[in-house]
Every structure is written in structure tokens, then in C-alpha cells.
Design a protein around this ligand. Structure first.
Ligand SMILES: Nc1nc2c(c(=O)[nH]1)N[C@H]1C(S)=C(S)[C@@H](COP(=O)(O)O)O[C@H]1N2
Ligand SMILES: [Mo]
Length: 311
């Protein structure tokens, strides 16, 4: 895959992780081995972190959660409603994978995942993640800004929202037989939210490809919103004028709304949101408005005070 010129915010290089990767990459660049090696490189989705430098602009302020906890305590209802779906999810078929880009865009099309990844540059970001159920984690995701996806899609001016639709594999996903759930799992955002610098499309975590249970091969991550706004295994991205109603809002609109921004002072109807339990340590820590990302996103909501922003 292409290696692009890095932008200023990716400096200093010494802040990248792990160091061996940086040194290896420097050596490769120095030797002019880059082009020669390109033909032999494994598919982009199989090696998301090899060239992904950590973006140190986003400091999580707490230790990354142990990988094993992130990979074994999941919400992925297509594979079952318990937290222990990791082994069932190994059946997910992730290759080949393509994404349909449609709706109010200049050029609707279907794009292969490898093709898409050639048009973006991957980076690593360590983000806090907060589920509406009041558990939380801290994850090094590999991926690219959602703004890049919006740019590639080229939405028309009438488009105000973007919707992510996720995979329905009848043969691998037993949860789909539970027909009272509003499959496929979808959720969406305003285009302004999708263009916010924090909005991220993840293809990996902990320096490896996303495991199936965490939404392989590609998912959305919106770190200032509750985790149900992070659709996994995305197969379709639709731009539209009307506000979408996502999976959880369809199921229970009184509890799960469109905006779902994290706020410790707005309780869920069935529990407080004041604090959260960190996966791994089980430590309880105070929840923060916008999950601690207000400096990046609060402006989006300035003129939306009549909306139900925090549920
Ligand atoms: N397709 C799909 N995406 C999904 C879900 C799901 O059930 N299906 N659950 C959501 C919820 S409620 C949460 S908290 C996060 C959990 O992500 P994780 O398992 O990687 O921690 O995924 C979100 N994305
Ligand atoms: Mo969640």
C-alpha cells in the first residue's frame, strides 16, 4: 500500500509505537526498499498497524485496557446477546469485503476494502470508549479519519446525514434469527459529526487487524458518544437528507436516541451514568461530559440545545 507523507500532528516520530516498527520503517525508506517490497506486501487489511503511527494529539489520560479484555467482553448482537460472543464471532467471513457507498453522493459505487485502504493513510489513536451500560475501556485503534471517507464519497449538498449499515450473514450470525430485532444493525450521524476530527473508521486494534468480535474488518468509532453509536462490520455507507433511526432507537426510542453523547448528569432511564467501570481493572472512575472530548466536539451542539443530546 501507499505510504504518504506524514502530517505535522504525527510528530514526533519517537512517540510512535512500537519503536521497532518506526526503526524498521526508517530503515526500509532509507534503503529505497519501499517500491520493491510493494508487490509482496500482504493485503492492507491484514497488516493495519505495520505502517500506522500513533497520533499523539489524542491523549487518553489512562492506560490502555488489556487487549484480552477488549477482545473477550463484547456487544455484537448478531452473534448473541451475551458479552461472550468472541468464539461464535470467529465464523464471520471477512474476506472478500466491500462497502457500498450510496444515497446523495456524486458517484454511488461499491468499493473493495483493499481499494478503499489504498486511498487513505492509516494511523493509530488511543481513545476512551464508553458503553451506555456504564462500562468503559481505552483502546489503541488503527484506522483513518471518517472525514476521509466522507471526502471520498463526495456527498451532494442536500445530504445532511450519513448512515452505516452492518453485515447480515445468515449463515454465520445466529442472532439474525431473532426476528424481533430490527436487523440490519445501523446507526448514523450528521455529516458535521462525521467530519469532526475525532470521528474515526477503525480497521485494527492493538497493532493488528480488528478481530471479528470487535467489528472486523471495518467499523466506526465516535469516542464522545455511547458505544452503540459504533457500528461494526460495516457494509454500506448511505448519505441522506432525513435523520436516520438506528437499531437501538428503533428498539427502544425512550432509552436510546440519535445523538447519544456521553454525559454523566443525564441518567439512563434504568441506571445512573455518573461513573463507569473500566474493563480489566474493574476500577470505577467518574464519567466525563462528551467522554472527555468536549474541547473537540462541544461546538457542534451549541445551537442544538432543544435536541435530546445526551441519550
Ligand atoms: N453490528 C453491530 N455493531 C455494534 C453492536 C452490535 O450489536 N452489532 N453493538 C454496539 C455496542 S452497544 C457497543 S458498546 C459496541 C461494543 O464494541 P466492542 O465489542 O468492540 O467493545 O459495539 C457497537 N456496535
Ligand atoms: Mo453498548
Amino acid at each position: 500500500m501507499l505510504i504518504r507523507i506524514r502530517r505535522g500532528w504525527e510528530l514526533p516520530e519517537s512517540a510512535a509505537t512500537p519503536e521497532a516498527v518506526v526503526m524498521g520503517r526508517r530503515a526500509a525508506l532509507g534503503a529505497g526498499a519501499l517500491l520493491a517490497g510493494a508487490a509482496l506486501a500482504p493485503p492492507a487489511w491484514a497488516q493495519p498497524a505495520a505502517q500506522a503511527m500513533r497520533n499523539t494529539r489524542y491523549q487518553p489520560g489512562r492506560e490502555p485496557t488489556p487487549e484480552k479484555d477488549v477482545a473477550s467482553y463484547n456487544n455484537y448482537y448478531e452473534f448473541g446477546t451475551s458479552k461472550s460472543i468472541a468464539s461464535a464471532a470467529q465464523r464471520l467471513k471477512v474476506s472478500p469485503w466491500s462497502i457500498r457507498i450510496d444515497g446523495l453522493v456524486e458517484n454511488p459505487r461499491e468499493i473493495g476494502l483493499e481499494d478503499l485502504l489504498k486511498q487513505v493513510s492509516l494511523e493509530e489513536r488511543v481513545y476512551r470508549f464508553r458503553c451506555v451500560e456504564a462500562w468503559a475501556m481505552t483502546v489503541p485503534w488503527t484506522g483513518f479519519p471518517m472525514a476521509e471517507l466522507v471526502r471520498l464519497a463526495a456527498p451532494r449538498p442536500e445530504a445532511k446525514y450519513v448512515v452505516f449499515e452492518t453485515a447480515t450473514q445468515r449463515d454465520t450470525m445466529p442472532g439474525l434469527r431473532q426476528s424481533w430485532y430490527p436487523w440490519p444493525y445501523t446507526d448514523g450521524f450528521t455529516i458535521e459529526e462525521a467530519r469532526n476530527e475525532l470521528a474515526f473508521i477503525a480497521t485494527g486494534m492493538y497493532g493488528k487487524a480488528l478481530p471479528p468480535q470487535n467489528g472486523a474488518p471495518i467499523r466506526a468509532i465516535m469516542p464522545w458518544k455511547y458505544g452503540f453509536k459504533a457500528p461494526k462490520s460495516v457494509v454500506r455507507v448511505t448519505f441522506q437528507a432525513a435523520r436516520p433511526v438506528g437499531y437501538w432507537e428503533k428498539l427502544q426510542a425512550s432509552e436510546y436516541g440519535f445523538w447519544a453523547n456521553v454525559n454523566p448528569e443525564v441518567a439512563h432511564p434504568r441506571w445512573s451514568q455518573a461513573s463507569e467501570r473500566l474493563l480489566g481493572s474493574n476500577e470505577r472512575v467518574p464519567t466525563r461530559i462528551f467522554n472527555g472530548y468536549g474541547e473537540f466536539v462541544a461546538d457542534i451542539y451549541k445551537n442544538l440545545q432543544n435536541e435530546r443530546l445526551y441519550a
